[in-house]
Each structure stands twice: as structure tokens, then as C-alpha cells.
Design a protein around this ligand. Sequence first.
Ligand SMILES: Nc1nc2c(c(=O)[nH]1)N[C@H]1C(S)=C(S)[C@@H](COP(=O)(O)O)O[C@H]1N2
Ligand SMILES: [Mo]
Length: 339
Amino acid sequence: MRTFRNAGRGTNLALFILLVLAVSSGVTAFALGTPGPARIVAVTHGVAGLAIVALIPWKSVVARRGWRRRRAGRGAGLALAVLVTVVLASGLLHTQGGFRQLLVLTPMQLHVGGAVIVLAVLLAHLKVHPTRPRRTDATRRAALGGLTLAATAGAAYIVLERAGVWLRLPAGTRRQTGSYQLGSDAPAAMPITQWFTDTVPQIDASAWRVRVSVGGASREVSPDELAGMDTVRAILDCTNGWYAEQTWAGTRLDRLLPVGARGSVLVTSVTGYRRRLPASDTSTLLLATHLGGAPLSAGHGAPVRLVAPGRRGFWWVKWVTAVELTDQPWWRQAPFPLQ
Ligand SMILES: Nc1nc2c(c(=O)[nH]1)N[C@H]1C(S)=C(S)[C@@H](COP(=O)(O)O)O[C@H]1N2
Ligand SMILES: [Mo]
């Protein structure tokens, strides 16, 4: 009986550690657009997820015991089990099945939305069944168990990755960020995506001006003045799970700002959506008016949008009306858009 109890404790603690790892790597993966670091984070996330799957048989023994004892919090526990299943299944579906829409949601939206709810329910669940690490948990047996689990999940990850390539499944074509190619050099086939807070606005492009402010001074620039100065090949990589490589044309941001500008540049959309970027990046940032040789479509940000190579899609502000150079550091903002 005693070893049984300990096994339950071990499983719960392992699950807790894996959950922290999965959530932190998941959030970090959303922030990263550069392939090398993004791959390390994506692999960590995948292995943590598979380790959670590997613990399901153990956890279900523990959970069934709790269920029969009719302890408080049974409802929360059951809801958690269902939600975790949804999160794991949608995560696996994304990594194996390519970018697709299931009714109204993509697997990634289901995965992230589910995970947010899991965290909320889990906090409630932990309040009822608190589990705190004890000195006595750090046994040789626990260490061996942890290593076995890590090795199992790592091996499962490699098998899934290899199978994706050998069997020519969508999984084998994922970019290092985890996204699937969709609509490269074919703007009409590229999804039109908003961060969950925004919609495509109705606009009159003929009167459009971008207000460029530096210190107290500001001037207005028309889309025509921005068109055709610079051309850039860049990958738009949306956290929703797809990416597209395109040729973008417009004007580099450093041409509009003083040489050696410091601080940050706040880029604002007519919808209120905005991101702040480091002023030191302006030589690689583009205010684009054209995509694939044609003017931007309304959905893709006409008449002017930001192109931010190497950054996730949520930095690529569409329908830009203002660009403002300020002293504020770029990181003084929410890590993900809130409006
Ligand atoms: N104004 C505004 N710009 C935005 C967004 C938004 O919601 N509002 N979404 C961002 C996100 S999350 C992505 S992935 C890209 C999508 O660009 P696309 O619709 O041209 O594919 O736009 C970015 N720019
Ligand atoms: Mo996105």
C-alpha cells in the first residue's frame, strides 16, 4: 500500500514538472520566429507532451482510486482529464496532420485555448488536492523513473519525427518553428489571419497617410511615396501554425528615421493594434505596400503593413497609420498583443 501511495505522489509530481515545462516552452515557442532557438523550444515542448502521454496509464490508476473514494473536486478532476486529452490530441494532430481547419478552429487554436482552460481548472484542482514536493521525494528510484520517462518520450519523439519524413506525412514538412508552408509566392493562397482581438477594417486607401513621428516633429507619408523603394524576401510565420515565404516591396523603416536612432519604434494600425520594435532593427523592417509584385489586398494589410523578417506574424502590423520613434525600450509592452 505504501509503495502504491508513493507511486501516486511520484506520478503527480512528474506531471506537475512536465506541465510547467510544457507551458513555459509553449509560450516561448509562440514568441520565437528564428529557426535555431525555435527548434530547441519546439522539441522540448514535444518531448514534454509525449512524456505526459506516457504517464497517462499511471495517472489513471491514481485518478481512479481518488474517484472511488468520492473525494471533493471530482468534477474538476474529470473536467481536467477531458481537457488535457483535448490539448494532447490537438497538439499531436497539429504536429502530424498539417495545417487544417476543424469546423471553426485550427488544431493550434484548440491546443492553446484548451491549455489556457486547463491551467485555470488545474489551479482549482491543486487547491483541493495540494501536492508539495518533499525532501523524501528525491530518491534514487524517482531519479531512475524520471530518466526512464525522459528516454521513453525522447525516443517516441524521434520515431514520430522520422516516420513523418519516411512516410512523407505532413509532419515531415514542418518548419523548425513547427509551422507548415502555405501559399508561398502565392499571396491569394496565403491565409488572412488576425490576432484573436482584431478584424479586417473598411478603409479608404486613396486618402491614406502614415504619420511618421520623431521626437516632437511628425510628417505624413503616402503609400505611393513608400512603394517600390526596397524589396525583401521574408517568411511570415503565424503562431496559428502556417508560414509563407513571399517577396515584399515598400520602404525600409530606417530610411524614414534619423540615422543611428535609439529606443524603439511604435507601429500602430488603424484598428488600434500595435507593436513596439527595437530602433536598432529598423534596417531590416519594411513598410510594405506590395506583395508578390501586386498591391497588398485589404486582408493582407492594404495599403501599408509592416514586414518584420525573423519575427512571428503578430509583429507584422497591418493597416499601418503611424510609426513613432521614442526613447522607451521595446520590451516595455505585453509579450503578446492585448488589443
Ligand atoms: N492590425 C493588425 N495587424 C496584424 C494582426 C491583427 O490582428 N491586426 N494580426 C497579426 C498576425 S497574428 C499575423 S499572423 C499576420 C497575418 O498576416 P496576413 O493576414 O497578411 O496573413 O498579421 C499580423 N498583423
Ligand atoms: Mo498570427
